[in-house]
Design a protein around this ligand. Structure first.
Ligand SMILES: Nc1nc2c(ncn2[C@@H]2O[C@H](COP(=O)(O)OP(=O)(O)OP(=O)(O)O)[C@@H](O)[C@H]2O)c(=O)[nH]1
Ligand SMILES: [Mg+2]
Length: 366
C-alpha cells in the first residue's frame, strides 16, 4: 500500500505518551503481535539507526527507568509489516506535552505549535492521553480538566474539526497508567467502569466532536492502558505549587520488576484497524463512483463513438482507464481485508475497547 498511516499522540506533559511508545517498542518492534510489527525504514544501516533512536524511549533499555520529559517533537518513520509483507508506511509522532499550551499562547513557540496542528490534521488516527492517576485523584471535573489539559484538548478538537471538513479520523481515548497503585479500587472495578466514565466526562469535548462526525466515518474508543503493567510501578505524591491543581504524582519501577505492557497491543490494533477500515470505505466509495462513470462511458464506447472524436480523449481510452482504476481499487480493498482480520481476531480489541460507556462496540458482531 502506498499510503502512509499517521498516528499522533495528544496529551499533557507527563500523561504517558513516551512511556506508551516504550510499550509499543516492547510489543511491536522487539516482538510482534501475531506477526504484525514495525520496522524502521531505509537500508540496513538506516534501520539500525532507526532501532537505536526508537530504543531511546524504551524503559527496558534505559535501565528500567521511565523516560525524562520529551524535549522536542520526534517523528519515527516506520514500516508496518505483517510477517514479510509490508502493509503500509507508518509515522508515529511524539511531541513534548507543553506544546498544547503553546498552541493557545501563540507566542515564541508558535511555529512549533503550528507544526503540531498540521501534524494532527494530517493524521489518520489520534490517541488522546488521559492520565488515570489525575482523573481519579481530582473529584471536581473542572479541576480534572485543568490537571489533564482536557480543557485545551477538548477545544483543540473542536477547532480543528470545524476547519477541516474532509478530514477522516480515528480517535482513541487512552486512560494511561491504569496499573497505578494510587488509583482507588472503585475506579478499577468492572473493567475500569468508573475510570472510563470519568475519562469520558472530562474529555467530553473530544467524544462529542467525534459524535458530530459519525456520518463522515470518524471512530471513537476508550481503553485503559499501562506502559509497564500491574504491580511494577511505585508512585509518590508531590506538591506542584500550582494552586488550582496542587498535587502531582511521580512513578518509578520497583527493583527487580520487569515491565509487561497492558492493553498497548489493543490500543494499537484498534487504531490500525479503524484506519484500514476507513481506507477500505474510501476505496469502495471511489470504486463505486468509477463503476457509475464506466456505465455511462460504455454507452459512448462504440465504433462510431470512437471514430467521431476530434481532440477529446477517445471513449475507449476513458473506459480502459476507468477499468484500470477500478481494478487497482479492488486490489487495495482485498489487500486491506487480507491483512488485518486474523490479527483483529487474535487480539480482539472489540472486547476491550468501548466507544460508549454502555458498551456499544464499533466492531461487527461475531
Ligand atoms: N504507574 C505508571 N506510571 C506511568 C506510566 N507511564 C508513565 N508513567 C509516569 O508518568 C511519567 C511521565 O510519563 P511520560 O511518558 O514521560 O509522559 P509524556 O506524555 O511523554 O510527557 P512529555 O514528554 O513531557 O510530554 C513517567 O515518568 C512516570 O512517572 C504507566 O504506565 N504506569
Ligand atoms: Mg514524552
Amino acid at each position: 500500500m502506498e499510503r502512509t498511516m499517521r498516528i499522533t499522540m495528544v496529551g499533557a506533559s507527563g500523561s504517558g505518551k513516551t512511556s506508551f511508545l516504550s510499550g509499543v517498542y516492547q510489543s511491536m518492534v522487539d516482538d510482534s503481535i501475531n506477526g504484525l510489527k514495525f520496522v524502521p525504514v531505509g537500508n540496513i544501516s538506516d534501520k539500525m539507526k532507526g532501532i537505536s533512536r526508537l530504543s531511546e524511549v524504551s524503559i527496558i533499555e534505559n535501565g528500567l527507568r521511565f523516560a525524562s520529559g520529551t524535549a522536542s517533537t520526534t517523528t519515527f518513520p516506520l514500516t508496518l509489516k505483517k510477517r514479510d509483507d509490508k502493509i503500509c508506511d507508518f509515522e508515529f509522532i511524539d511531541y513534548r506535552g507543553g506544546t498544547i499550551e503553546d498552541m493557545f499562547a501563540g507566542d515564541a513557540d508558535a511555529k512549533d505549535a503550528a507544526e503540531i496542528q498540521e501534524h494532527i490534521r494530517k493524521s489518520d488516527a489520534v490517541i488522546v492521553f488521559a492520565d488515570s492517576v489525575l482523573l481519579s485523584h481530582y473529584q471536581n471535573i473542572q479541576q480534572c480538566r485543568l490537571a489533564t489539559k482536557a480543557n485545551r484538548i477538548n477545544i483543540l478538537f473542536d477547532l480543528l474539526s470545524q476547519h477541516f471538513e474532509k478530514w477522516n479520523l480515528s480517535v482513541l481515548l487512552a486512560l494511561t497508567k491504569a496499573d497505578d497503585p494510587t488509583i482507588p479500587k472503585e475506579y478499577k472495578d468492572d473493567y475500569f467502569y468508573e475510570l472510563r466514565r470519568k475519562g469520558l466526562t472530562v474529555f467530553k469535548g473530544v467524544s462529542e466532536c467525534v459524535g458530530r462526525h459519525r456520518d463522515s466515518n470518524w471512530s471513537f474508543g476508550v481503553v485503559p492502558v499501562s506502559a509497564v503493567g500491574f504491580n511494577v510501578a511505585h508512585t509518590e505524591k508531590f506538591e506542584t505549587g500550582v494552586p488550582a491543581t496542587p498535587v502531582g504524582f511521580r512513578s518509578t519501577i520497583k527493583a527487580e520488576y520487569f515491565p509487561s505492557p497492558f492493553n498497548i497491543d489493543v490500543a494499537m490494533i484498534h487504531s490500525i484497524y479503524c484506519v484500514l477500515k476507513a481506507w477500505e470505505y474510501e476505496c469502495t466509495y471511489f470504486r463505486d463512483e468509477n463503476f457509475e462513470k464506466l456505465k455511462k462511458e460504455n454507452k459512448n464506447n462504440t465504433f462510431w463513438g470512437n471514430l467521431f472524436v476530434d481532440d477529446k480523449e477517445k471513449p475507449a481510452t476513458i473506459v480502459a482507464n476507468l477499468r484500470g482504476q477500478i481494478h487497482a481499487l479492488e486490489r487495495q480493498i482485498n489487500f486491506i481485508n487480507a491483512g488485518i482480520y486474523d490479527i483483529v481476531n487474535s487480539v480482539r480489541p472489540d472486547k476491550y475497547v468501548v466507544d460508549r460507556i454502555d458498551g456499544f462496540s464499533l466492531y461487527p458482531k461475531k
